[in-house]
Every structure is written in structure tokens, then in C-alpha cells.
Design a protein around this ligand. Structure first.
Ligand code: PAF
Length: 285
């Protein structure tokens, strides 16, 4: 695989390769099986793959989170070299390469960035939209691969693509989980062992909530989820919401749910100092 630090190197490689379709896997590094599943999905469909590794400062609303975000570039390149071919490319730009000027763009996503992660992390999705649109302009992929774990991000990226008229096909890939059900995330490696050992409860609890919704009202299911997780030492649920996957309207009563629509149970939990998010699709029938 080729490693490019600059846009010029990246474009030069693309022009020489002339392979189609091109697949793009944007990442912030600290790679794990979840990222590799995106690479595998791209491998099945694309002649050339670009993986970007860029910790995007504009999407961090918390300076400490940006400072502490795991950076494991040597391990990342080692992993990628086992999964990419000689035609593929890893793009590892500097902040100056991506943002030669400060990005002042403000996107309007309506309700999509007002709820859940958007409400908890003001400005986060504007930063995601800035970097994703910038990376799409640089890489110009035919397909781009995103994990379903970042459910709201995926919805917003689809809306970004709709608003900008970009022809890139957004492909969502299933969540990859640890043996105990914890959704794989770069942040998992920051969990204290005493907290990590209980973190599988997030998935088991939201899976159970999907079961409970068959017979219980949303309000009571929410109480169950909050109680079940908050009784674990140092676990605090930030939100647990049921939402559709198009407009991200939060559903308060089961009677508001329409047959044939898809709904997801989404959760954010502060586990010690680390925020974890997860979601499951609701099977009502
Ligand atoms: O999901 C992520 O890792 C990031 O938000 C992304 C899409 C790479 C943008 O920085």
C-alpha cells in the first residue's frame, strides 16, 4: 500500500492507478476490527481503496477529549498493510493539509444535529460535516463506508451528500462487537479494566429494551434502561432514545411508530471518563 501525507501525493497515485470504482474509509485511527470490516466491505466492491487517518480537531467540542484521543499510527499502518493491496492508499494528512484556512462553514441539518449526540456535543456534527465534505472533495470516492455504530453521523453524512449533490454512494456497515457485546470503538482502549468488565451491559440492556418494547410503553422501557445501567459503578446514561433513521424524530409513545418504518434504540453512556455510544434496530413485531 502507498502512504500519502499530502493531497498532491494522493492525487498523483490515483492518476497513475486509474482503478474504478474507488472506495473510501475515513477514520481517525486507533484502528480495530470495526474499521477493518469497512475495509473488507470496500474490498468486495472497489478496485482501489483509500483509508484516511486524521484526528479532526473541528469535531471535538471537548479539548481534553481531543488531547486524549488514542493515536496509534504505527500499529494502524501495520494493520492496514495486512488488509490493503499495493494499489490502495493510506492518506495521513496534517491539520494544515486539510485546513489551510480555518473552516468557517456552518451547515444546517435541521433536527438531525439537534438531538442525542448533537444535543450533548454542540458543534460536533458541524465539524464532522466539515471534514467529511473536505475529504470527499479531495478523495472523490465512488463509495464511502461508515459504521452503523455512529448511527446519527451516518444519517447526517447522507444529508450532507444530499445537500451538496455529491454522487458518492454512502454504504453503512454493521456494528462489530466484542465477545461480551460491547460495540467496538477506538475509545474502548481508554476504559479502566474495572469499567471495561461491565461495559457489555450496555448492549445487553438495549437488546433487552427492544424485547421489552413489545409489551411495555417507551417511558417504562427508558426507566428500565437507566436503572439497569446506572446501578453499575461509574456508569451514567446520558440519553436513551427511540428514533427513526431518516428525520431522527424521537418517539415518545409506541402509537407514534408507523408500520414499515425503521426505528433504532440509541444510547450514550458515560463509563468512568469515557463516553460510549451504541444502538440496536427495534424489532416491534
Ligand atoms: O467516525 C469517525 O471516525 C469520524 O467521525 C470521521 C467520519 C472519520 C470524521 O472525522
Amino acid at each position: 500500500m502507498k502512504i500519502a501525507k499530502s493531497i498532491v501525493e494522493l492525487k498523483d497515485h490515483y492518476n497513475r492507478m486509474k482503478l474504478k470504482p474507488s472506495g473510501f474509509v475515513p477514520t481517525m485511527g486507533a484502528l480495530h476490527e470495526g474499521h477493518l470490516s469497512l475495509v473488507s466491505a470496500a474490498r468486495k466492491e472497489c478496485g482501489i481503496i483509500t483509508v484516511s487517518i486524521f484526528v479532526n480537531p473541528t469535531q471535538f467540542n471537548d479539548k481534553d477529549d481531543l488531547k486524549n484521543y488514542p493515536r496509534t499510527i504505527d500499529e494502524d499502518l501495520g494493520l492496514l498493510s495486512d488488509h490493503l493491496s499495493e494499489n490502495d492508499i493510506v492518506f495521513v494528512p496534517s491539520v494544515e493539509e486539510i485546513y489551510p484556512e480555518p473552516d468557517k462553514r456552518v451547515f444546517n441539518f435541521g433536527n438531525l444535529d439537534k438531538v442525542m449526540e448533537g444535543a450533548q456535543r454542540p458543534g460536533h456534527f458541524n465539524g464532522v460535516a466539515q471534514v467529511v465534505s473536505r475529504l470527499f472533495d479531495i478523495v472523490k470516492p465512488d463509495n464511502a463506508y461508515f459504521g452503523q455504530k455512529d448511527f446519527q453521523q451516518l444519517t447526517i453524512v447522507r444529508e450532507l451528500v444530499r445537500q451538496t449533490g455529491n454522487k458518492v454512494k454512502i454504504i453503512s456497515c454493521p456494528i462489530v462487537r466484542e465477545d461480551d457485546g460491547l460495540a467496538m470503538s477506538s475509545r474502548n482502549q481508554l476504559l479502566e479494566p474495572s469499567i471495561r468488565k461491565n461495559a457489555g451491559a450496555i448492549f445487553t440492556t438495549i437488546s433487552k429494551s427492544s424485547e421489552l418494547l413489545k409489551t411495555m410503553e417507551i417511558e417504562n422501557v427508558k426507566k428500565y434502561v437507566f436503572n439497569n445501567i446506572n446501578l453499575l459503578p461509574e456508569f451514567n446514561v446520558e440519553y436513551f432514545e427511540i428514533t427513526d433513521n431518516i428525520e431522527l424524530n424521537l418517539v415518545k409513545r409506541k402509537s407514534q411508530m408507523k408500520k414499515g418504518n425503521k426505528y433504532f434504540a440509541c444510547i450514550a453512556v458515560k463509563a468512568g471518563k469515557i463516553r460510549l455510544i451504541d444502538n440496536v434496530e427495534i424489532q416491534l413485531l
